[in-house]
Design a binder for this molecule. Structure first.
Ligand SMILES: NC(=O)c1ccc[n+]([C@@H]2O[C@H](COP(=O)([O-])OP(=O)(O)OC[C@H]3O[C@@H](n4cnc5c(N)ncnc54)[C@H](OP(=O)(O)O)[C@@H]3O)[C@@H](O)[C@H]2O)c1
Length: 376
């Protein structure tokens, strides 16, 4: 099987290393951007040498970003090539047009590495779906934030120095916004919905709260209640709509997700006959992520094509009442929903839906607040 690889960074290098050790997978060309990257005779700076090569069966995209990744993959599909991508941002934003094009050309799109790095999450969903509908899933989908939250909890440290350390270790990017503001998890929740429920939520409708404004004292409060804080992405299939959110959750210490620490990911599915099943492992990194990419290539080689699902768009409705922890510079804005004041800036809300709280936060334009759901 001949492969064209787009992008030779952290994931791309892992993919070429694993493929080069395989007897049946052959990387024919590698697209790179800069002259200094032309270290391998297979490298090219001309994408047409990949997209127009009739010998190339599979185009693997590990470049990141929406453009030009989307255009290159559209062209690859039009030229009858299967595609594999690790790029959650691009796929979550452009899935509809890419899947329609794949269907038209009778080729498939594989995206295991977009969620949970090396964890076989999409493949496990496929297997569960042969027997069960998936009722819901929830998980720790982001290793960077889990690393920061684990160390804040275990060593009683503040957020800022830990973010700097995560950047130094290469866990967090220089612009860490997608990780710490929850957007990375939002893309993964949307793609997991597409696989698990066969419907795609509107990205902007998923309430998304990150950990940018978390402080040590928030963790101290959670600890005093026998809880810890995790950034959780979750979705429930309600038939006509999806309940979906990304937000910090104060989890009881005995919860299986509460015990997943450092840069590990863990995702739990719930379905009628299997019940709850938890999948855990390395959520990122060169070789674990490349492992997931290459598993997808093997699926194509062995003809185990993923569905070319044309997922309908489903509205997001979060109408279950819950308790939330709020810390803000202006608590008086939340008087109507406050049940118990913890200090002058912090309260626990009475039971309200996330939709109600999200609307209130939007109306208050309170962008600096820290909000967490408190597990029942
Ligand atoms: N790293 C992980 O652990 C991980 C895990 C799961 C998923 N992913 C996803 O995998 C994708 C790649 O991530 P990564 O960490 O490997 O990123 P990376 O290290 O930045 O690698 C991307 C490579 O693609 C190159 N590139 C970008 N645009 C290009 C173009 N037009 N032509 C040729 N080369 C181009 C970049 O070159 P320049 O640097 O010169 O721009 C870079 O060398 C992203 O979508 C990411 O979200 C990553």
């Amino acid at each position: 099987m001949k492969i064209g690889l787009l992008g030779h960074g952290v994931v791309g290098k892992g993919v070429s290393r694993i493929c080069d050790a395989s007897e049946i997978l052959q990387i024919k060309r590698i697209l790179v951007k800069d002259d200094w990257e032309l270290t391998d005779p297979r490298c090219t700076q001309n994408v047409q040498e990949i997209l127009d090569d009739p010998e190339i069966d599979v185009v693997v995209e590990c470049m990141g970003g929406i453009e030009p990744a989307r255009s290159f993959l559209m062209k690859a599909l039009q030229n009858g090539k299967h595609i594999v991508t690790s790029n959650k941002k691009m796929l979550a934003n452009c899935s509809k047009e890419l899947f329609a094009e794949a269907k038209k050309n009778n080729v498939s799109i594989h995206y295991e590495a977009t969620c949970g790095g090396g964890i076989p999450w999409m493949a496990s969903l496929e297997r569960i779906l042969r027997i069960d509908p998936i009722d819901s899933f929830r998980g720790i989908f982001n290793g960077t934030t889990n690393y920061i939250l684990s160390r804040m909890d275990e060593e009683s440290l503040e957020f800022e120095p830990l973010l700097k350390e995560a950047q130094k270790l290469g866990y967090a990017e220089q612009n860490p916004s997608d990780d710490i503001d929850g957007m990375d998890v939002r893309y993964k929740v949307a793609l997991s919905c597409m696989k698990a429920f066969k419907v795609m939520p509107v990205l902007e409708e998923i309430p998304t709260y990150g950990i940018r404004y978390i402080q040590k004292k928030d963790l101290d409060y959670a600890k005093s209640q026998g809880m810890t804080c995790k950034l959780v992405g979750r979705a429930v299939n309600d038939g006509k709509c999806i309940q979906a959110s990304v937000m910090p959750v104060f989890l009881k210490k005995e919860d299986v997700l509460a015990n997943v620490s450092m840069n590990f990911n863990a995702i739990e599915s719930d379905s009628p006959t299997l019940g709850k099943a938890v999948f855990t492992g390395q959520g990122a990194g060169s070789l674990p992520t490349a492992h997931a990419v290459v598993q997808d290539i093997y699926d194509i080689a062995y003809n185990e094509a993923m569905d070319t699902v044309d997922a309908a768009i489903a509205p997001v409705v979060n109408n279950k009442e819950k308790t939330f922890y709020l810390r803000t510079v202006n608590l008086s804005l939340y008087e109507a929903v406050c049940k118990e004041k913890i200090d002058e800036n912090t309260c626990l809300t009475k039971k309200i839906t996330l939709d109600e709280l999200h609307a209130l936060i939007g109306k208050n334009e309170d962008k600096d607040l820290f909000v967490a759901e408190v597990q029942e």
